[in-house]
Ligand binder design. Structure first.
Ligand code: ZN
Length: 528
């Protein structure tokens, strides 16, 4: 992709130049005690020569979503290696497994009766294609039957039809909109009715005796033309897009507005018809990679500071905030460190992990394959929850994390560190992202946790997770924070303590808290 976005960049540079000056002066208040030209250079390079917009454009717009096993995922791995090489940083793609290869093509969903309308929707990941044809058919809704036998008796009636498997949402307005405009009573009523409806729908599905995967395969076996879902994400015009379970027939997700239209037409006996064309290619089993790059340490090359962010994404949007922003934050931090701190004391390594979305597979594989690195980790910094500036940092349960994280944060300008709520020793936390793969192995790994920017419902795994949702000022601030923390962790004369804190008693079981257990990755995935 060509670099031709100078105008906005110049504008941004001026804004950031002003911010840079204020950062340096505020920072210098901190640095006054310990004059630190490297920290100043990091801030200057990040503010005046940022590559974030270009990286985001090439990755999100040029390459697109990075579903595990897709050609785009491999293209992104190769792109990152080239980028790093261009910055003079040693980089490679390290194979850790293999996955069902699949390439997304176009999806066309059209209502053809009682009138013609293009429907807003897309095939789910790994959905089979319609082999170049338009598949036409009527629609049928999962019935509310007495039990699984009644459901089996109903199954033959799906033959040649598209089956609607999601509940119809009572409203397409998110709760914050109701909260603002509805009367209190009306809002309460809506919520009450909706949860009653959700309960009834859950019962309807459970009475079939089948979970989502078994249901999809049963409908396929019974001759359904395809499956129609609508996974609304509680925001205007936004749905979550995950993977299909069918192996022969298409599975598509339709926007709330169009799904409700079809659902009501079916219920009112208007017998709507649709036409579905899904293009996609099966690629057989393909190798999967982590992209690893490093700036070799000089004094303690066998000790590691690791920057961490998963590279894969779901493919409803372009994986901009999950986890494009974490990816470009770490790339930009590495670029800056190579430029202003080319000879670190410890080795600074970055891991762009594959298949985090299917269970931290890339990072778990790295931990399993590199015990020699894991035992010599000084610190891992992971970012994977959106475009927002970092506002939370926990000690992840490491008893003395306060000492070293606290010390390192003193070199971060107040404008940035002042926004961060720290919690020490914190808890090791669940398996929410790749830092967990390292924490489970006892290595000090930390999640740089971001401000929401409506991540949960508007961009996380949705069809709206695109370039325009990135807030570059916040990502720039995260790149500065990450680069300074990595620098400080590399420079620290002391090795970080791995002593674990005593975990609180589990309130549910009454059992003493357990440190998370290291888990093996799925190295051969996507196969039924
Ligand atoms: Zn993620």
């Amino acid at each position: 992709m060509k670099e031709n976005r100078t105008s906005t960049l110049i504008l941004r540079k001026h804004t950031w130049k002003i911010l840079f000056i204020s950062l340096v002066f505020s920072g210098s208040a901190n640095i006054a005690q310990t004059k630190n030209t490297v920290v100043e250079s990091i801030i200057k390079e990040a503010s005046e020569n940022s590559k974030l917009e270009i990286l985001a454009h090439e990755l999100m717009d040029g390459i697109g979503p990075r579903l595990v096993g897709s050609p785009q995922m491999k293209e992104a791995n190769d792109w990152a290696v080239n980028k790093y090489s261009g910055w003079g940083i040693l980089a490679k793609n390290e194979k850790w497994g293999e996955w069902r290869g699949w390439e997304r093509g176009a999806s066309q969903i059209t209502m053809t009766s009682p009138r013609v309308k293009s429907l807003e929707g897309t095939a789910l990941a790994w959905s089979p294609s319609t082999k170049g044809k338009n598949v036409n058919g009527g629609l049928i809704i999962i019935p509310d039957v007495a039990d699984s036998i009644a459901f089996q008796n109903w199954l033959p009636s799906v033959k040649g039809k598209f089956v609607m498997v999601s509940m119809q949402q009572p409203t397409g307005r998110p709760d914050y909109n109701w909260e603002e405009f509805a009367t209190k009573e009306s809002f309460e009523n809506m919520k009450k009715e909706r949860s009653a409806q959700q309960d009834a729908w859950r019962k309807r599905i459970s009475k079939s005796g089948l979970n989502a995967k078994a249901m999809a395969l049963a409908l396929e076996k019974a001759g359904a033309a395809g499956i129609i879902a609508s996974n609304w994400s509680a925001g205007f015009g936004v749905n979550k897009i995950f993977g299909a379970n069918t192996m022969k027939i298409p599975t598509v997700d339709i926007a709330l507005e169009d799904y409700g239209l079809l659902y009501r037409l079916v219920e009112s006996g208007n017998n709507p018809k649709i036409s579905v064309k899904v293009d996609s290619k099966e690629k057989g089993m393909v190798p999967t990679f982590n992209t690893i790059a490093e700036i070799k340490g000089t004094e303690k090359p066998e000790e590691y500071v690791i920057l961490s962010a998963h590279f894969d994404s779901w493919d409803g949007g372009t994986g901009a905030t999950d986890n494009g922003t974490g990816t470009i934050t770490m790339m930009e931090a590495m670029r800056i460190l190579k430029k202003v701190y080319p000879n670190p004391k410890r080795t600074i390594l970055v891991g762009h992990w594959g298949s985090e979305e299917q269970g931290l597979n890339g990072s778990r594989a790295f931990v399993e394959d590199h015990p020699e690195i894991v035992k010599n980790i000084q610190a891992v910094f992971n970012q994977d929850n959106g475009t927002g500036r970092v506002v939370n940092l926990s000690g992840q349960g490491f008893l003395h994390s306060y000492n070293y994280l606290g010390k390192w944060l003193t070199q971060v300008p107040k404008e940035i560190s002042g926004q961060i709520q720290t919690s020490f020793p914190g808890s090791p936390g669940g398996g929410g992202s790749d830092f967990a793969s390292f924490v489970a192995a006892g290595a000090p790994a930390f999640s740089l946790s971001s401000l929401s920017w409506s991540y949960g419902n508007y961009t996380w795994h949705t069809n709206r997770d695109t370039y325009d949702k990135i807030v570059f000022d916040d990502v720039r601030s995260n790149a500065i924070l990450t680069a300074i923390l990595a620098y400080m962790a590399s420079e620290d004369p002391e090795r970080t303590s791995r002593e674990k804190s005593v975990l609180p008693v589990n309130s549910r079981t009454g059992e003493p808290g357990q440190w998370p257990v290291q888990r093996s990755p799925t190295r051969k995935g996507g196969v039924n």
